[in-house]
Ligand binder design. Structure first.
Ligand code: FAD
Length: 280
């Protein structure tokens, strides 16, 4: 497979907190540029707390010549503060955004302006028209708070009807989850691209923690294989790169047009699986 076979490739970062982390992120961005990503997206902390971190990181990456775009999440925002943030992104030339409800606890809601992501999508369309291409999140293994897969897909349809252009999935390791989800989405009338989100495997314990938090299942066979390599980082990473490259091959065969990678700001795990995928 070649890079040109992927109609979309994007890499997700989180805002660095220290000058050292900032230097590391720039190094990562520089290394991953070899894959000609469509964009680098920068996550946005819940409750508005890390908003400046996102804006600063997007601006910094753009100043270095990278097409960086923000994730926008709601928290204690008023409509006015959200509109002014959108205007700032428009000013620096941002073309796309990933629009999410965000993971916010009931105690951190503050002044509630938006309950669900579709309301934020509607606000952006109302205030900014088609200025931005909007990506929203979706969940092949179901969002942990949803009542059922069908209800969750109806909610995704609501986001698409509100004006989303593209859906990016939570990561998953069960390859069958994607074609089944794709089928269900198409049956529900969702015609927009559904890009699989892919998590490279670099650290066993962190992977377990993340997966528990976001409701991504690590299949038993994979858990066993990773556990047996837990104390040999080189073996774990090599095995992980193989698993993720194979997963991507399956996803592409099952109709994915591209991928979005949760890099965790690290270049090597992403480079490792993409080198296998794009060489084959
Ligand atoms: P929603 O679409 O609002 O859905 C959340 C839940 O509410 C679901 O269970 C849904 O079924 C339900 N729901 C939706 N609409 C309705 C309705 N009208 N009535 C009743 N129930 C409804 N989090 C961050 O904090 N920062 C980030 O930068 C970030 N980036 C992400 C990037 C991607 C690609 C993905 C997939 C997730 C990301 N997340 C991020 C996590 C995300 O914020 C959480 O998964 C969050 O819990 C849900 O966000 P959402 O936009 O999917 O919410």
């Amino acid at each position: 497979m070649e890079r040109s076979d992927l109609s979309h490739l994007s890499f997700e970062f989180f805002p660095p907190k220290t000058p050292r982390e900032t230097r590391n992120l720039l190094r990562t961005a520089n290394r991953l540029a070899e894959f000609h990503p469509d964009f680098y997206s920068v996550t946005h902390g819940a409750g508005g707390s890390a908003r400046e971190g996102t804006l600063e990181t997007v601006s910094m990456l753009r100043e270095h010549g990278y097409n960086a775009i923000p994730h926008i999440t709601w928290g204690g925002d008023t409509r006015e503060s959200m509109v002014s943030l959108l205007a700032r992104y428009a000013d620096i030339g941002v073309s796309d955004m990933v629009v999410l409800r965000g993971d916010v606890g009931e105690d951190t809601l503050g002044e509630i302006s938006f309950r669900h992501a579709h309301e934020l999508v509607s606000l952006i369309r109302e205030e900014m028209g088609n200025r931005f291409r909007l990506h929203v999140g979706c969940y092949p293994e179901m969002h942990p708070e949803a009542e059922s897969i069908d209800v969750d897909i109806d909610r995704l349809k609501e986001k698409v009807d509100a004006g989303a252009d593209c859906c990016i999935t939570q990561y998953f390791f069960n390859p069958d989850a994607y074609p089944a989800f794709l089928d269900n989405c198409r049956q529900a009338g969702i015609r927009k691209p559904i890009l699989p989100g892919v998590m490279p495997i670099a650290n066993f314990q962190k992977l377990i923690q993340f997966s528990e938090k976001c409701g991504a299942e690590i299949p038993r066979w994979l858990m066993m294989q990773l556990r047996s390599r837990e104390h040999d980082p080189d073996q774990l990473r090599a095995y992980g790169a193989d698993v993720v490259a194979n997963l991507c091959r399956r996803l592409m065969a099952d109709g994915a047009s591209g991928i979005h990678v949760y890099t965790l700001n690290l270049a090597r795990p992403t480079q490792a699986f993409l080198a296998l995928l794009l060489d084959s």
